[in-house]
Design a binder for this molecule. Structure first.
Ligand code: IPE
Ligand code: IPE
Ligand code: MG
Length: 265
């Protein structure tokens, strides 16, 4: 392809992307988007490379989506980065992921600060290797005053772990007389979750064509809109995020009511 044709194709792509972005209704944005970033291994395999290559290339997608979400005005973005089940992967892959986390948090720190993004993490962080844990805590500390968006990494996270942990702490407080069993209701339970004070995600995206939740935010996703795409995570770009938001905005969220009831309000 000659240089002129390449420029034309790039120009068309830019127009297409800004078209998608312009179609998004900013008054109907989800406050919280959660993403299961899946397909790194298959992406690497398709490129004839080791799985780790897929994880490394997934970092660019993290940067793109974080930037896109912050630019639009999404308040919370949760990314599932490592599940409690992922420890069962080959040791080499787990080690590579833990090192990649250290590098990513350190390298992206200035971008997070320049974009006024606060870093948070949910999951059993104390079980992470100490260097990874430390890098993460440094990232959280160094961005704690940022206001535009909160980026939440789900790390050594699983929803059943989170719920069991919440029940354990609640039972202890009941034993100690700090909590009355009669007071337990949905709002009280939410206070004991890792996501307390964070609104439930209105939209959950999973890449790579898998149609499952994989132990992610089971309580919080109770009424989320689910969006599945075949795109592998390392190929996921801003325009794919815009497409997911547009799809979400075209849905009718009924929360148990009828369509007619909603059109009356
Ligand atoms: C998601 O990609 C990243 C993590 C789970 C850490 P995968 O590594 O699961 O990629 P696939 O699903 O094997 O292709
Ligand atoms: C879910 O992906 C966990 C993360 C994206 C971190 P997996 O690839 O581990 O999920 P399953 O095991 O295929 O369901
Ligand atoms: Mg996977």
């Amino acid at each position: 392809m000659d240089r002129y044709r390449t420029l034309c194709v790039l120009n068309d792509l830019c127009i297409l992307m800004s078209d998608l972005k312009n179609q998004i209704n900013l008054t109907k944005l989800p406050k919280h988007v959660a993403i299961i970033m899946d397909g790194n291994g298959r992406w690497a395999k398709a490129h004839g490379k080791a799985r780790v290559f897929g994880h490394q290339n997934g970092v660019k997608s993290v940067r793109e989506v974080t930037e896109a979400a912050a630019e639009l005005g999404v308040s919370y973005l949760t990314l599932y980065a490592f599940s409690t089940e992922n420890w069962d992967r080959p040791k080499l892959e787990v080690n590579a992921l833990m090192h990649l986390l250290i590098d990513t948090v350190r390298n992206e720190l200035s971008t997070l600060n320049n974009n006024d993004i606060k870093l948070m993490a949910i999951g059993d962080l104390s079980k992470l290797p100490s260097k990874t844990h430390r890098a993460l805590l440094e990232g959280i500390e160094n961005t704690k005053n940022n206001k535009r968006m909160t980026l939440i990494l789900a790390l050594n996270y699983s929803s059943r772990w989170e719920l069991a942990e919440a029940f354990r702490v609640m039972s202890k407080e009941i034993e100690q007389g700090k909590l009355s069993s009669d007071s337990i209701c949905e709002n009280i339970i939410e206070n004991y979750l890792a996501t307390s004070n964070i609104p439930d995600p209105e939209l959950m995206i999973r890449t790579s064509g898998e149609l499952r939740i994989s132990n992610f935010l089971l309580w919080q996703l109770a009424y989320s809109e689910l969006y599945f795409t075949d795109i592998f995570w390392p190929d996921f770009r801003k325009e794919n995020f815009y497409e997911a938001l547009l799809d979400y905005q075209n849905r009718e969220r009924r929360f148990g009511k009828t369509s007619e009831q909603l059109s009356r309000t």
